[in-house]
Design a protein around this ligand. Structure first.
Ligand code: ZN
Length: 532
């Protein structure tokens, strides 16, 4: 009873505290000072350097706030956190959980950018997986998918009495013979098949079907005439065709009593013309930290080590014979002899003397010296030379010897990945776009190359009142909230793909502040060091 009473009193006292009251602070060079700091206010501590600003803000107020917070956690959670020493102070009352936002660079992760460190990228991934429009990465065509019902509805819009033949592009193992495939069709209850555009009765003619290389086989699922009351039959035929055709159905449509036209529909993202297809998109497909989205060449880093020509050239005023070009094998007599012989042979093909100064060599010769003769068929026939850069890259990726790798590494530099051009994502993912009436179609990596001001304009251009866009309303709100915060702290000029490691201390600090405030915690004490 007594205990309960005491608890109520304490709560009451706390509620009335609108100040942080510090008594007897002696941390570092603080001279046993008493300070009262109003809460819910923006408070600045100023003074000459060495006067104890940081000792008060960080080493006393923040340290105690943090320590109290950590102590409130379970012992299980505490073991993962650093033990903080109690600051040298008599008492501090009215503290809230404290967050320190220092100027130091926020992240050592080389992949961290403004977009990823503010969680903006996470929301973008959700947005793009929900409403992004896929394109064939090679042809640029928009890739559509339809539901079974949508396919049926589209066919029912055809003129009355139009004849339809529903075909399933029957999928078999690549090595299955035509005969095996047709036998399987028959076992599955199909009576007719269309082979290389000719419809045959399965049980009569198939044994005589001429052997051709990989014939185009479609199972005939149904023949049907468009009229009232066929919807449910058409629906189940389309469904059957999709099932056997790996989510694809071909429909022969007779136009005007004459020609038959073939149309293809799919319920997955795919382009029947090129065979390109996409799985059901999830936010993970847009992550360069996931194998689903990351560029296969650079694994989502955006750069790969590539041999750098200039690192091989030791002195342009020397000739090849005098050592103008050095490579990793230079110190190995045996290897050097082999390579010198090859370079001499290459020079002979070009009718060049190895005594010529490097700076006077022809560009064609230099190109072959570093990148080989494989690009030029005629030349390759005369002399097949790998090229110093190409060889170095091959050895770096395939050699099993650590010392060879280490040696070759000295002639390489990280450069933009040649496959994704540094944008870290697979081409099929960076071909998925969202449209804005002024910015046009932007993929997720193009979006992150916008600055914060333009990104906000883009996001606010998405009208979530449209019926099919309701699902992303929350995502759009979160994005716009975060972009506004960044804009409000004066960072609207920063591009979202700016690497965190290249930000100035003040920029990094303001981003962390915006992120913290964006996280919606309330009653938090923020301690900032030398904010800009
Ligand atoms: Zn790449």
């Amino acid at each position: 009873m007594l205990l309960k009473f005491k608890f109520v009193i304490e709560l009451k006292q706390r509620k009335n505290t609108d100040i942080i009251s510090i008594r007897g602070a002696r941390q570092h060079n603080l001279k046993n000072i008493d300070v009262e700091i109003p809460r819910y206010k923006f408070v600045v501590i100023t003074g000459t350097s060495g006067s104890g600003k940081s000792s008060l803000a960080f080493n006393t107020i923040y340290a105690e706030g943090q320590r109290k917070y950590v102590e409130s956690l379970s012992s299980y959670a505490r073991q993962f956190l650093d033990q903080l020493e109690k600051p040298d102070v008599d008492s501090i009352d009215g503290l809230s959980p404290a967050l320190a936002i220092e100027q130091r660079s926020s992240s050592l992760n080389p992949r961290s950018t403004v977009a990823t460190s503010t969680e903006i990228y996470d929301y973008l991934r959700v947005l793009y997986s929900a409403i992004g429009v896929p394109h064939d990465p090679d042809t640029g065509e928009v890739i559509k998918k339809m539901s079974t019902g949508e396919i049926v509805d589209k066919l029912l819009l055809l003129q009355d009495k139009t004849k339809l033949i529903i075909l399933s592009p029957y999928q078999t193992h690549n090595d299955a013979s035509t005969r095996t495939t047709i036998e399987r069709l028959r076992r599955n209850g199909f009576i007719r098949a269309r082979i290389n555009k000719k419809i045959i009765q399965i049980d009569e003619e198939f044994l005589n079907f001429p052997k051709t290389k990989k014939p185009n086989i479609q199972a005939v699922v149904d023949r049907i005439i468009v009229k009232d009351g066929i919807r449910s039959r058409l629906y189940s035929s389309i469904e059957t065709a999709l099932k056997w055709g790996n989510q694809r159905v071909d429909v022969l449509i007779q136009k005007n009593e004459g020609d038959w036209v073939e149309e293809t529909f799919t319920t997955t993202y795919s382009n029947p013309k090129t065979g390109f297809s996409l799985p059901e998109l999830t936010p993970r497909h847009f992550s360069f930290n996931s194998h689903l989205g990351a560029c296969k060449k650079c694994h989502g880093v955006g750069s790969v080590l590539q041999a750098e020509k200039s690192l091989f050239i030791s002195d342009e005023t020397l000739s090849l014979a005098d050592g103008a070009v050095k490579s990793w094998w230079n110190r190995n007599k045996k290897l050097k002899a082999i390579h010198d012989k090859q370079i001499n042979a290459l020079a002979k093909v070009f009718e060049i003397s190895v005594q010529t100064k490097y700076s006077e060599l022809s560009n064609d010769f230099i190109d072959c010296l570093f990148y080989g003769t494989s690009k030029n068929d005629e030349l390759k026939k005369v002399f097949d030379y790998e090229g110093l850069c190409i060889q170095a890259e091959r050895l770096y990726s395939t050699s099993k010897s650590e010392s060879t790798k280490r040696n070759v590494r000295r002639f390489m530099l990280p450069k933009d990945c040649p496959v994704c051009n540094g944008n870290r994502l697979q081409k099929k993912i960076s071909s998925i776009t969202i449209n804005h009436k002024e910015f046009g179609d932007l993929s997720i990596d193009q979006f992150t190359s916008l600055n914060i001001k333009d990104a906000l304009e883009f996001i606010e251009g998405i009208n979530t009142n449209e019926p099919n866009l309701e699902i992303i309303r929350d995502v759009v709100n979160e994005l716009s909230k975060r972009l506004k915060f960044l804009s409000n702290v004066g960072l609207s000029y920063l591009s979202l793909d700016r690497e965190s490691s290249t930000l100035s201390g003040g920029e990094a600090q303001r981003i962390r502040l915006a992120t913290q405030i964006g996280s919606g915690l309330s009653g938090v004490l923020y301690v900032l060091d030398e904010p800009s």
